[in-house]
Design a protein around this ligand. Structure first.
Ligand code: ADP
Ligand code: MG
Length: 272
């Protein structure tokens, strides 16, 4: 699961913070706490008394109609948006509302946006190399010699994301799905405890979706994941606990079968 040295391996990831979290907080079981969180934009409550908890190693799907507040919720977790009220904790000790975006990344929260943002003109291997570099320049990073541990980690991540065969190709030449996996790999290079993934299935072929389900499933356990997705077949295939957001709060939570047969959920989706 999440104990052991694997999370303290990356050069960007803050091993000290991780050790703090692992020893005293993660034993508690909950990695992310959001309690009574609200935020308004020009008087409109985008998030309204939200309570949301994610366990260590859990894969959680978040669904909900357009405008439900899914992206805003991720913006709050990553420090991009500050709530008007409420509490957000990472483990029991890190107050996310007292941290800036860089500190939150450093503490082990990685986010993947919908559109892949790989370095198209660089090779797949180099993309992974660059993503563990931190503030160094592209040139300095690519010229620096990799330690055997770094090389091993890149190879390990290539294997996880299924791009070992593509390591020497330019990222710009990859398929849309492969670019999405590469970007997940780039996040993995920073050894996040929590990965936030916004609409990974968008634009994918069925085959790519199946592979993405496998990939995300394989990351759970070692990482916690929050996956926002519109494609219900994809969410069903992930076979995880599902949170339904509506009007900035949790409408229902449970297995896909449970939430899909909830009359309130049916009403919200039919009324969309
Ligand atoms: P979802 O991702 O579930 O579709 P969002 O979190 O993007 O929903 O948006 C929730 C609501 O908040 C929407 O009505 C949206 O227009 C509004 N909203 C989100 N971000 C902003 C912002 N920065 N300024 C004004 N309104 C916003
Ligand atoms: Mg959104």
């Amino acid at each position: 699961m999440t104990d052991g040295p694997s999370h303290a391996r990356g050069p960007v990831f803050d091993a000290e913070v991780a050790t703090d979290l692992e020893q005293s907080d993660l034993s508690h079981g909950t990695l992310l706490y959001m309690e009574d969180v609200s935020v308004s934009f020009d008087g409109f409550k985008a998030i309204d008394g939200l309570n949301f908890y994610v366990n260590v190693g859990e894969l959680r799907c978040v669904i909900g109609p357009n405008g439900a507040g899914k992206t805003t919720m991720m913006d709050i977790i990553t420090g991009k948006t500050r709530p008007d009220k409420g509490n957000c904790w990472f483990g029991q000790r890190l107050d996310l509302l007292a941290m800036d975006e860089a500190e939150i990344v450093h503490a082990g929260i990685g986010r993947k946006f919908q559109k892949p943002t790989v370095f198209e003109q660089h090779r797949v291997f180099e993309n992974l190399e660059l993503s563990m570099a931190g503030p160094k320049s592209v040139w300095a990073t690519l010229m620096a010699r990799l330690t055997p541990e770094q090389k091993e980690r890149i190879e390990e991540v290539l294997d996880i994301i299924g791009l070992t065969q593509e390591a020497a190709r330019l990222a710009g030449a990859l398929s849309h799905g492969q670019k999405q996996w590469l970007e997940i790999g780039m996040l993995l290079m920073q050894n996040p405890l929590l990965l936030l993934v916004d609409e990974p299935a968008a634009g994918m072929t069925h085959q790519e979706m199946d592979r993405t389900v496998e990939l995300l499933g394989s990351l759970a356990g070692e990482h916690s994941l929050v996956v926002v997705e519109h494609d219900m077949d994809f969410v069903r295939a992930l076979d995880s606990r599902v949170t339904v957001l509506h009007q900035g709060r949790v409408l229902a939570e449970g297995s896909m079968d449970e939430v899909q047969s909830d009359p309130r959920v049916v009403e919200v989706y039919l009324g969309e």
